[in-house]
Design a protein around this ligand. Structure first.
Ligand code: MN
Length: 244
């Protein structure tokens, strides 16, 4: 451990519980695949032609990681805070420019995630050709379940669902991913040397929608697990987020 004499306390490394283990998985980076289910791409007004396009990505700050089960404040600056239920791939080995046929070698396991989004700000940014950060890099917006170890396993099907206050809002299947897990790892690793602790949120199916303070979100992916989140009231002005 470094003996550096820091001016203020450095942010601790975010980490996630691991099913069946007393060890936690430290998180390194957060990658998100955009528009990776056809029906969601259509509801966003931007259909995808896989034969002519490649996947695209955005990233979020590590500081946005929140463990499943948390209550988060309704964020500032939005009137349209959306849920997006996603399968999360947990990378466990380094890999650069990995062919699809070897993509499984990088997989440590999976988790269930929520990519919480200021949809109004995301769409303004998108339509003006601006970066998505204010819409996507929202504090406490990268919700993640425990990590489920499945080394080398490539999930190809399985229901993915989300409910708000017990009412189903998203319901699809991993077999509807436009770019599947092998293809995502192959493509993303053209640009980044993937590393243990990198999380890849693989995109959300159709049915995204807004939540309000008091709402309780519950999602699951068959064969992986569950994720939950409660939306709390907006923070009062001029208050600092309580240290974890
Ligand atoms: Mn998403």
């Amino acid at each position: 451990m470094s003996q550096a004499n820091f001016l203020w306390a450095p942010q601790p490394v975010p980490s996630l519980p691991v099913r069946g283990s007393s060890q936690r998985a430290p998180v390194r980076r957060l990658f998100f695949v955009g528009r990776n289910y056809h029906a969601h791409a259509v509801e966003m007004g931007r259909p995808v032609d896989k034969s002519a396009e490649r996947p695209f990505y955005f990233t979020k700050s590590l500081d946005t990681v929140v463990e499943s089960g948390a209550t988060v404040a309704y964020p500032s600056g939005t009137q349209n805070f959306h849920f997006e239920m996603e399968l999360v791939v947990v990378i466990g080995k380094p890999g650069f420019q990995v062919p699809a046929a070897r993509a499984h070698e990088l997989i440590y396991g999976y988790a269930c995630g929520l990519d919480m989004t200021r949809r109004d700000l995301q769409l303004i940014a998108r339509d003006k050709g601006r970066p998505w950060d204010l819409g996507k890099d929202v504090e406490q917006s990268s919700v993640c379940s425990e990590v489920v170890p499945m080394p080398g396993v490539v999930l190809e099907r399985g229901a993915i669902e989300l409910a708000v206050n017990g009412q189903t809002r998203q319901k699809s299947d991993l077999d509807k991913l436009i770019w599947n897990i092998r293809e995502i790892i192959e493509d993303l690793s053209q640009f980044y040397e993937l590393q243990p602790g990198d999380l890849i949120y693989t995109g959300t199916p159709e049915g995204v929608g807004a939540v309000l303070p008091g709402d309780r979100i519950g999602g699951h992916v068959d064969g992986v697990g569950e994720v939950s989140l409660t939306i709390g009231p907006a923070r009062a002005e001029h208050t600092a987020r309580r240290a974890a």
